[in-house]
Design a protein around this ligand. Structure first.
Ligand SMILES: O=C(O)c1ccccc1N[C@@H]1O[C@H](COP(=O)(O)O)[C@@H](O)[C@H]1O
Length: 213
C-alpha cells in the first residue's frame, strides 16, 4: 500500500519544488495568520501558479469564516480543505457541502478517549489528521513539533483514511509509522531549517524515509 505523505507549511517555490521532486502526494498551504508559515491568498496563488501540477494543494484553515475560504478559492485551486480548529461535525459538513472540496479534519490526540470523537466526525469528513493536542497556551493549534503516543492508534479502527502528524521528523517517521499503523503522514516543523523555513534536504529525507517504511 502506498504511504501517503503531506508536507505542510510550504511558503516558497524551493519548498514546493522539493515536495514535487521527493514524490509527496500533498502539500499544505497555511491560511492562519498567527502561523509563521501563513500565506495570504495572493501569495498562495502566486506560489501555486509557479508550479502547475505537482502535489495536491491542501488549504489549512483554523475555524475559518466562509469569507476567507471563498477568498482563497477565488485566488487558487485547492484539492482539499484541512480544518485544524474547533470545527464541529456540523461545521465540517457545511464547509464540505458549500465549497465542494474534500475535508480533512484535524483532531488533537492525548489519550485513547480522544479517538472516540472520530465516530461523530466520520459522516462529515473525507479523512482525518491525528495530531498531538497543542500544549496549554500554545499560539498555534498545530505545527508545534509535539508528538503524541503513537501506540494509541495501533490496532484501532479509524473510520476514514487518516494521516499521522505531530513532531514527525526524517529520523523518527519510520518508527512512528510502525508504532501507529498510520497509512499516511504529515509534517511541518520536522522538515524546517528554522521555524517557518522549509529545508529541501529534510523534505527529501522525510519523504524517502516514509515511503521506505
Ligand atoms: O503548521 C502550522 O503552522 C499550523 C498552524 C496551525 C494549525 C496547524 C498547523 N500545522 C499542522 O500541524 C501538523 C503538525 O505539525 P508539526 O509537524 O508537529 O510541526 C502539521 O503537519 C500541519 O498539518
Amino acid at each position: 500500500m502506498t504511504m501517503l505523505v503531506k508536507i505542510c507549511g510550504i511558503s516558497d517555490v524551493a519548498g514546493l519544488e522539493a515536495v514535487r521532486a521527493a514524490g509527496a502526494e500533498m502539500c499544505g498551504l497555511v491560511f492562519f495568520p498567527p502561523s509563521p508559515r501563513a500565506l495570504t491568498p495572493a501569495q498562495a496563488a502566486a506560489l501555486s501558479a509557479a508550479m502547475p501540477g505537482g502535489p495536491q494543494r491542501v488549504g489549512l484553515f483554523v475555524d475559518p469564516a466562509d469569507a476567507l475560504i471563498e477568498t482563497v478559492l477565488a485566488a487558487l485551486h485547492l484539492d482539499m480543505i484541512q480544518l485544524h480548529g474547533e470545527e464541529t461535525p456540523a461545521r465540517c459538513a457545511e464547509i464540505r457541502e458549500k465549497f465542494g472540496r474534500p475535508v480533512m479534519k484535524a483532531l488533537g490526540i492525548a489519550s485513547a478517549a480522544d479517538l472516540d470523537a472520530l465516530a461523530a466526525y466520520a459522516p462529515a469528513v473525507d479523512c482525518f489528521l491525528l495530531d498531538a493536542k497543542a500544549p496549554p497556551g500554545a499560539p498555534l493549534p498545530g505545527g508545534n513539533a509535539a508528538p503524541f503516543d503513537w501506540t494509541l492508534t495501533a490496532g484501532r479502527s479509524i473510520p476514514r483514511p487518516w494521516l499521522l502528524a505531530g513532531g514527525l521528523t526524517p529520523e523518527n517517521v519510520a518508527q512512528a509509522i510502525a508504532a501507529s499503523g498510520a497509512p499516511g503522514v504529515d509534517v511541518s516543523s520536522g522538515v524546517e531549517a528554522a521555524r517557518g523555513v522549509k529545508d529541501p534536504a529534510r523534505i527529501a529525507a522525510f519523504v524517502a524515509a516514509a515511503k521506505a517504511a
